[in-house]
Write a protein that binds this ligand. Structure first.
Ligand SMILES: Cc1cc2nc3c(=O)[nH]c(=O)nc-3n(C[C@H](O)[C@H](O)[C@H](O)COP(=O)(O)OP(=O)(O)OC[C@H]3O[C@@H](n4cnc5c(N)ncnc54)[C@H](O)[C@@H]3O)c2cc1C
Length: 953
């Protein structure tokens, strides 16, 4: 083990006479203090900061940090936070601010894990509205800490600059620039010469443009943590250092669920019902203490080097040169150079006793960044390296942090897995965590960070976490293409039809660990290959690179190479019939003596209808935010098969978007737990396949395979029943297979979903595959069709921060009766809403992906949440929410205005539609194709369009 002390250029420090040198036999505490000095040294020569820093350094030197409580620990607390890095300190700060009785336990000293050696860069723009908001919140916290704590908190607002070396990167930055406009985050597009004025060392000939973000900066970890805990202790928060948690206690409640009851430390036991795991790279170990076998966090080495002083860079912005995976952090005359390698070093584990620890830098791995730095700033080729900083950092399979309550243990929250962005995110996330813990749900839509996004199928495969996290590290600075797919961690789960579909040309997408067909390349058999780790570290590169080649067709912000092919699938559904494999949908049974009571509480729609009905419903949180949308088939107990289970009383068959099925199930379980209901949620996703036959010819085609009546009278829209499907029309052996058919459509067509036991799904698929006029179509076509029809897509245009009234889904919320979130819906109905769902079509043929800015009479009023191409309308379609500067959005406000959508910096005239521009009265779902369900003149809907909707993803 080597401490960073050994890498420190003492001469330099002593020559500045800032501190005394550290003896080689330094104790941990001395070393710790010394490291704080080192960090301070980076900023200390900025005069305005120097005086403030000296005060802080004195307090460290005297060992007089007032927040540390080393006496006997408390015996109970409302909330126990494990880990005193930046995540833990931010969580304690926010919880204490809200009056919670919270205690933080740190195994060693605050910041001693990853936090102390961070670069501390804080950016403003990311390709996600949630992340832009969180970064904004973080900056507000850090920049306000000095005034709040009375100590300088280490925030430096020197701005940041993104460097583009390629056309596609420039387009990505232009998307960020546009999103920034919609969200009130300023940025400036600079040509290379203008960029060089801000950063004189840049060679303007090696890049094409730069995006300058004046609100960026850096945060010093030790100072920030010090200020956070100082404020927290003033507000009643408690901190115990040198207090490792050695176990987390939980009990099984009467319903068999695990609930946290306390934590064991070497200083005693603390009773608590709430534990927050802020353990960084040690997070999985803490999760295991609490009976959670796997939390997908993989530690990697991450490094930067500190270059010798360079006077010209004083006052320059930080740099991110994504195309070569490089960053610079500027502090005074000091430049830290870091980056993300293609051959990063994965750590098998980080030992418990590893505090204030750094690794030797592996120059074979790191030197690529020095070359890149010299190519961007030739002067850096001749600058020496003062010290190296290489430490452990957590990476996760999808490159997002892991937050929220564990679905398997009530009262266990996670706040870790920050993917080298913990400084910039954890202050914003701390606010959301505090709200989550205190009010039950966060204020923002945190699903992409929520631990419940991972499925049991993924979590049970250690190689999935390892290889996906590797890919996440390697792609840290890659262009984020909306339709990209991972190469790692594939094939965690697939349905019974997987091989058949590949044989028929399916090109697979990965969602929540499931393989689902994105589109079909007829005549091809393209299999996703085993992850080859990019061919690094002696792994042989895959010989079959066809899947990777197909993905490249989507490496653009223009139209996909596969655009026409996807369009042909979509139009086949609109004009004839298409078969979609929707097996990846989550399928759950809700049964038990209190199933009806559970459904009444959890679901917004009226479920008192007949047992053959399929009802589109929402599941809200207490604040009225939409946690899930799903279809509920009302059932009585059946014959005992998978699609007809035996149970007493009323039961429900729930079909929910696949990527959020685990989330939906965990929310339902929480409702059952909270209200002490006798109900069960059983997941049968793997046991049932779904084939959806959709389109004007669907009835004619399906009728040839079944003796069940399929007319509107015999099988009305939004009903379900068991039917038999024969092996082939007029098959001599007359072999048939039973399944549950639901007459619903997410494509907005006449059609049925067949929910087939996996054991005979292949036979049914093979039978239908022979049908003339029916072609396979994938999810790319299906999501486009649903956008065109105006059906919602959860986690895109419908989220936990949307009220149903804002989302035009008031029709799915019953007016009488009580359900969770009812009050917020009633209030929104009465008082109006401050944002409103709307569709936009653009006459210019440009692709929309989401995150484009909406302008109303020249002013930004929102951004597109979901963009697609509506192939039948032959126009791009965007769905977003319009705001009115905090006031109520009325129909008058919406309609009496001119709209434009800004795409990569350029504005396009847009047509507003308050309701779906396609088949507004839902005639096609009723099988009425006479007038094609369109008002050809206006494309405007007739009243009641959405009341007939009933789709779900
Ligand atoms: C070289 C490098 C550069 C970076 N640069 C940036 C950057 O520029 N910007 C940015 O935003 N992020 C950056 N990061 C990432 C950022 O520093 C981390 O994401 C962040 O510090 C993680 O904080 P944490 O609180 O989650 O974990 P940690 O700081 O590791 O804190 C976890 C704490 O939990 C404690 N603990 C563990 N087990 C127990 C137990 N059983 N009981 C009690 N306590 C326990 C540990 O002792 C530790 O103190 C960088 C990381 C590295 C390595």
């Amino acid at each position: 083990m080597r401490y960073c002390y050994h890498y420190i250029c003492h001469d330099l420090l002593q020559s500045k006479q800032l501190i005394d040198p550290l003896p080689r036999e330094a104790t941990h505490l001395q070393l710790y203090s010394f490291i704080q000095y080192l960090n301070m040294f980076k900023v200390i020569r900025d005069k305005c900061i120097r005086n403030k820093a000296v005060k802080y350094l004195d307090s460290l030197r005297n060992g007089s940090r007032s927040y540390a409580t080393n006496n006997e620990i408390v015996t109970s607390a409302d909330i126990v936070i494990i880990g005193g890095g930046i995540a833990g300190c931010n969580t304690l700060y926010q919880l204490s601010k809200r009056g919670a009785n919270a205690v933080l336990l740190e195994a060693n000293r605050l910041t001693s894990g990853t936090t102390w050696h961070t670069a501390g860069l804080v950016w403003s723009l990311r390709p996600s509205d949630l992340e832009v908001r969180l970064l904004e919140d973080s900056r507000k916290v850090y920049s306000g800490l000095e005034e709040e704590s009375g100590d300088y908190a280490g925030w430096i607002n020197n701005g940041g600059m993104f460097i583009s070396r390629s056309k596609v990167r420039t387009e990505e930055y232009m998307r960020l620039h546009t999103l920034g406009k919609a969200m009130g985050v300023p940025s400036e597009v600079l040509d290379p010469t203008e960029a060089q004025k801000l950063f004189p060392l840049l060679d303007p000939s090696v890049f094409k443009m730069a995006l300058y973000s004046p609100t960026d900066g850096t945060i010093d970890p030790a100072m920030a943590c010090n200020a956070l805990v100082k404020v927290a202790t003033k507000n009643g928060g408690k901190i115990y250092e040198d207090c490792p948690v050695i176990d987390v206690h939980y009990a099984h409640n009467i319903f068999g669920n695990k609930e946290v009851t306390g934590v064991h430390t070497d200083k005693g036991f603390i009773r608590t019902k709430c534990v927050v795991n802020c353990g960084g790279v040690w997070g999985p170990r803490i999760a295991r203490y609490a009976g959670v076998p796997s939390l997908p966090i993989i530690p990697f080495k991450h490094a930067y080097v500190v270059a010798d002083a360079i006077p010209e860079i004083r006052g320059c912005p930080n740099i991110r040169d994504h195309d070569v995976n490089l960053y610079f952090k500027i502090q005074g005359e000091s430049c830290n150079i870091g980056g993300y390698e293609h051959n990063p070093i994965m750590l098998d584990q980080v030992s418990d006793s590893q505090h204030f620890h750094l690794y030797d830098l592996d120059w074979d791995v790191f030197s690529v960044h020095m070359n890149s730095a010299a190519s961007l700033c030739p002067k850096l080729a001749n600058v020496g390296v003062k010290s190296t900083v290489c430490g452990p950092e957590s990476f996760t399979p999808d490159h997002k942090p892991i937050l929220g309550e564990d679905p398997n243990v009530f009262g266990l929250y996670h706040n870790c897995g920050y993917n080298s962005a913990g400084m910039m995110f954890s202050a914003g996330c701390g606010i959301q965590m505090a709200e989550w813990i205190i009010t039950g749900r966060p204020h923002y839509n945190m699903f992409t960070f929520d631990v419940s996004r991972f499925t049991p199928g993924q979590l049970s495969r250690p190689h999935w976490a390892r290889e996906s996290s590797h890919e996440a590290y390697v792609k840290n600075y890659s262009v984020v293409f909306p339709n990209d797919e991972p190469l790692a961690g594939r094939d965690a789960s697939h349905d019974a039809l997987h091989q058949e579909l590949i044989d028929d040309g399916a090109v697979m997408q990965a969602r929540a660990g499931w393989e689902r067909p994105g589109f079909y390349l007829l005549g091809e058999k393209i299999r996703v290959q085993q992850y080859d780790w990019g061919g690094v570290n002696d792994y042989p590169r895959n010989l079959d690179l066809r899947y990777e080649e197909v993905l490249k067709g989507d490496y653009t912000f223009g139209f996909s190479k596969h655009h026409d092919l996807i369009g042909a699938e979509a139009l086949a559904c609109r004009n004839a019939a298409a078969m979609f494999n929707m097996s990846y949908y989550g399928k759950l049974y809700l049964t038990g003596p209190d199933a009806q009571r559970t459904a009444e509480l959890a679901f917004t729609a009226d479920l008192s209808k007949g047992k053959d009905r399929v009802v589109y419903t929402l599941l809200l949180n207490d604040k009225g935010g939409v946690e899930a949308d799903l279809t509920v088939s009302i059932l009585d107990g059946g014959q005992g098969s998978l699609h007809e289970p035996i149970f007493k009383g009323r039961g429900y068959y729930l079909v929910t978007p696949g990527f959020s099925a685990n989330h939906t199930a965990s929310i339902l379980k929480r409702v059952i737990h909270k209200y002490k209901l006798r109900a069960n949620v059983t997941d049968v996703t793997k046991q049932l396949c779904i084939l959806a036959i959709q389109g004007p010819d669907s009835q004619r085609i399906l009728q040839r395979y079944t003796d069940a009546g399929l007319s509107n009278d015999a099988f009305p829209l939004h009903t379900h029943r068991s039917i038999s499907v024969t092996k082939a029309p007029n098959a001599p052996d007359n072999k048939s297979y039973t399944c549950r058919a639901l007459r619903v459509s997410w494509a907005g067509e006449l059609g049925w979903e067949l929910h087939i036991p996996s054991s005979h799904a292949i036979q049914v698929y093979k039978a239908l595959r022979q049908a003339k006029g029916l072609r396979n179509a994938g999810w790319r076509a299906l999501t486009s069709l649903s956008a065109e029809k105006g059906f919602h897509l959860w986690n895109a245009d419908l989220r936990t921060d949307d009220n149903p009234v804002e989302s035009n889904l008031g029709f799915a919320c019953r007016k009488g009766g009580q359900y969770i979130g009812n009050e917020a819906v009633t209030k929104a109905r009465k008082n109006g809403v401050n944002k409103k769902y709307a569709y936009f079509t653009i006459d210019d043929k440009i692709p929309l992906f989401g995150q484009e800015a909406i302008f109303r009479n020249g002013m930004p009023v929102g951004y597109i949440r979901r963009g697609d191409y509506a192939f039948f309308l032959d126009k791009p379609i965007g769905i977003g929410y319009i705001t009115n500067d905090g006031s109520v959005v009325t129909n008058d406000f919406l309609q009496n205005a001119e709209y434009e959508i800004e795409v990569m910096g350029k504005r396009y005239k847009a047509n507003l539609h308050l309701r779906s521009p396609f088949d507004p009265t839902g005639q096609r779902m009723l099988g009425n194709y006479g007038a094609l369900g369109m008002d050809e003149n206006t494309h405007e809907p007739h009243a009641g369009q959405n009341e007939r909707a009933g789709g779900s993803e």
